[in-house]
Design a binder for this molecule. Structure first.
Ligand code: BYC
Length: 477
């Protein structure tokens, strides 16, 4: 039974797990519940597969991961914190210059717990959202990648649960249990943030999610990696190492779909979306509609444009800006302002707000710049095929449910309109039931012959860990 498990050994870690009896007992209690959740809500039907997975085994940049076949329930979900930085201080806010906290500062206990719980909640949510996709995978390579993403989201949940158990006593243990009880999309007990309750019904949605939404993860984790609460900062620094692969999966996944469509269109000399669909590939306007959806719901994840929560997190020293220590300013922001937009009199207008309350907006803007670069790379596939089309990020105000734009009806090009006008055009801008049905019709079965890829996606340029494309990335047994 679980009590015989040697946690110091069984769970790879660099936090001396074996020496902390209280923590050990808490994890002994939580671990079987986690496994129960994995069996219920993890990737369907996958328990007996041998998957060629990467497992984090240390924090050494030269050799932090190990590759090999693993049955996912046997994956060694480890706990790793990036190495401490000697003499680290709180680098921003009212506590700037004080030694970084090694324990929870009592006065900030509640907001800190809330940040950790919100972060932790997204990790199992994404696994739940993606659990059905194995049945329609376009190749063994892609199947292995989704499983890799899933086990690492599981590990990121462990990372947050470690912090809750280690630093928050009974409240932390209760929160850790609740993380396994909420369910993505559940009416009574949903996940905390909006995007994590949306379905991920097909592989185009999965790739869009890993490109757009996992990248919110990158920006939020980067801000938390600046935290004055040192265990959180160190945990997030290491999580970012794994996150890079998730965004790679998303960017190259969408890129390969765009590439395949563009090549098929050029070859058949067709541009009409219906004729493009007849080729068995996803037409570019449908890809644009998926993009519009995933981008807009992900922008909501950054929170309100003007937020007193964000100001409190920063002033307390709990959550910094992206690359906080590289920014050349006073890191206190008492006097500074930042541009935010809002709808006034039927137009989107800009105004300045105190920089402290506009921190969510600033992080969203940092994110948008990075996302735009990825979209530009997708467009190169289209340009290379000589087609007069390009994918575009919709206006920031389009289809927003959180912040200044919530309740307004704004087109992808930024025109404010009435609800009726907007609704009448909705099907041009966001995926329709017909789009979803078409995309899913392409993915009716799974492609599992080593080296084969579904017709609607181009093969990747290289395999995983220098393995060839026809490597048996998943063995079904
Ligand atoms: N949906 O001042 P506000 C990742 C709530 S992704 C629903 O606007 P704040 C990953 C908010 O909770 C990264 N509710 O926002 C990716 C508050 O509620 P209360 C996850 C929302 O607090 C892929 C109210 O609205 N990490 O890792 O400044 C796969 C007003 O709050 C939403 C984090 O998010 C929403 N979208 O900022 C796997 C970092 N937005 O107080 C993993 C931790 C806001 O009225 N979280 N609300 O009950 C935070 O830093 C902040 O909570 C947020 C919100 C940035 C999310």
């Amino acid at each position: 039974m679980t009590s015989t498990v040697d946690y110091g050994d069984r769970i790879p870690n660099n936090v001396d797990l074996g020496r902390d009896r209280v923590l050990q007992r808490a994890l002994e209690h939580w671990q079987p519940a986690y496994m129960g959740w994995w069996f219920d809500m993890g990737p369907t039907g996958s328990q007996a597969y041998d998957v060629y997975l990467r497992t984090a085994i240390s924090v050494d940049p030269e050799g932090w991961a190990n590759f090999g076949y693993v049955k996912m329930p046997d994956y060694r979900w480890g706990i790793f914190l990036a190495p401490p930085v000697a003499g680290r201080e709180v680098n921003f806010g009212a506590n700037k210059g004080r030694p970084a906290w090694q324990d929870v500062p009592g006065e900030y206990r509640s907001p800190l717990r809330r940040i950790i719980v919100t972060q932790g909640d997204t990790e199992p949510a994404s696994v739940e959202q993606q659990r059905m996709l194995g049945a329609s995978c376009p190749s063994l390579y892609d199947l292995r990648n989704i499983y890799q993403v899933n086990v690492e989201e599981g590990r990121h949940l462990w990372a947050m649960v470690y912090l809750l158990h280690r630093y928050f006593g009974r409240d932390g243990r209760e929160e850790a249990e609740a993380l396994l009880e909420r369910r993505s999309g559940d009416e009574d007990n949903p996940r905390i943030l909006g995007a994590f309750n949306e379905p991920t019904p097909d592989w185009l949605a999965f790739y869009m999610f890993t490109f757009f939404t996992d990248r919110d993860g990158k920006f939020q984790l980067s801000s938390l990696a600046e935290s004055g609460f040192d265990p959180l900062a160190r945990t997030c620094r290491f999580m970012l190492t794994e996150e890079a692969h998730h965004m790679f999966v998303g960017e190259t996944g969408v890129g390969r779909i765009v590439q395949r469509t563009a090549e098929a269109m050029a070859e058949a000399k067709v541009e009409n979306p219906d004729q493009v669909r007849d080729l068995g590939v996803i037409d570019l306007p449908t890809i644009q509609r998926y993009l519009n959806f995933h981008y807009s719901v992900t922008l909501d994840l950054f929170g309100s444009d003007v937020s007193s929560n964000a100001a409190t997190y920063f002033t307390s020293g709990l959550k910094g800006r992206f690359s906080e220590t590289k920014i050349d300013d006073d890191h206190v922001l008492d006097e500074a302002t930042y541009g935010v937009s809002e709808v006034v009199g039927g137009n989107v207008v800009n105004r300045y707000a105190p920089a402290l309350s506009a921190l969510n907006e600033r992080l969203r803007d940092d994110y948008i710049a990075e996302v735009q670069a990825g979209v530009d790379r997708w467009n190169r596939h289209i340009a290379r095929a000589g087609l007069p089309f390009s994918l575009k990020l919709p206006h920031k105000a389009f289809h927003r449910a959180i912040g200044n734009f919530a309740g307004h009806y704004v087109s992808p090009s930024g025109d404010v309109m009435s609800k009726e006008e907007w609704q009448a055009r909705r099907n041009r801008w966001l995926p329709t039931e017909k789009d979803y049905a078409f995309v899913q019709s392409l993915m009716a079965g799974r492609v599992v012959e080593p080296g084969k890829f579904a017709n609607w996606i181009a093969p990747p340029r290289t395999g995983i860990n220098a393995r060839p494309l026809d490597f048996e990335y998943v063995r079904f047994n």
